[in-house]
Design a protein around this ligand. Structure first.
Ligand code: ZN
Length: 246
């Protein structure tokens, strides 16, 4: 198999506006996520892209040469151009894998691909999150025990307004009592999509070994399986001759 080509896309705004976030992620959240992937997928090519770059770093050419895109966004979802969101959607339908993290649930690319509001409930109370593996045979859960915990995270709760996932890999429980479908798989066109809940910007979640393992597993799982091109050709030459009707 060819080495995976991965882009980690970061909104890269909180890091420059909130000293607490800058202290946790001095190089930016996208770089911490990319470093985790580099450590676990040494054969892969890992690059980053940010909102502030021309075309948000996601040109047609660059996306065409990408196997898996990882997406973290929150406060600037509306600053992502419709053109780039449509471009990402098209590539996923063709076969590119997409991993959407945490507050990316409200991103243009995720909502476009799933077709629902993707709304949820939330609370910031420095509470414990326990992520249960509910599908231990799934490749995204490889190397993960029955569950793992994050000492402090933001709470996300149900109802999570998503289409029923094709596969459920994790369910989260929070100290305050809520539960949440925190690891969800879908296929759209020829592309695989994984949503993974943890990753609020004020916590060091993307340095956690289990979180890094899950994102790396998801990148391998989301590897493109062939490519579908969006066209409707006229099949004038059938494989078998068709007898003329009299
Ligand atoms: Zn958050």
């Amino acid at each position: 198999m060819n080495p995976l080509r991965i882009i980690v896309w970061g909104e890269n705004v909180h890091e420059h506006q909130n000293a607490k976030v800058a202290a946790v992620y001095p190089q930016g959240m996208h770089r911490a996520i990319a470093d985790g992937l580099r450590g676990l997928l040494p054969e892969a090519t890992i690059a980053t892209a940010t909102l502030q770059e021309s075309d948000h770093g996601l040109t047609v050419e660059r996306l065409a040469a990408t196997d898996v895109l990882v997406w973290w966004g929150h406060m600037a979802h509306d600053k992502v151009s419709d053109t780039v969101a449509e471009r990402v959607q098209k590539r996923v339908l063709e076969g590119m894998g997409l991993i959407v993290l945490h507050s990316g649930h409200y991103s243009k690319v995720f909502k476009r691909l799933l077709g629902t509001t993707c709304s949820l409930t939330w609370r910031e109370a420095d509470e414990k999150e326990r992520l249960w593996v509910c599908n231990p045979g799934h490749p995204i859960a490889r190397g993960i025990d029955r569950y793992f915990e994050l000492a402090q995270e933001e709470m996300y709760g149900e109802p999570f307004a998503i289409p029923a996932p094709d596969e459920q890999v994790f369910i989260s429980w929070f100290e305050g009592g809520e539960v949440f479908r925190s690891g969800c798989c879908w296929t759209r066109g020829n592309g695989k999509i994984f949503y993974f809940r943890p990753g609020h910007e004020t916590y060091p979640t993307y340095f956690d070994a289990n979180v890094r393992r899950v994102i790396a597993n998801a990148a391998e799982w989301a590897r493109p399986q062939g490519q579908w091109i969006d066209s409707c050709p006229n099949a004038k030459n059938p494989p078998e001759p068709i007898k003329p009707r009299t």
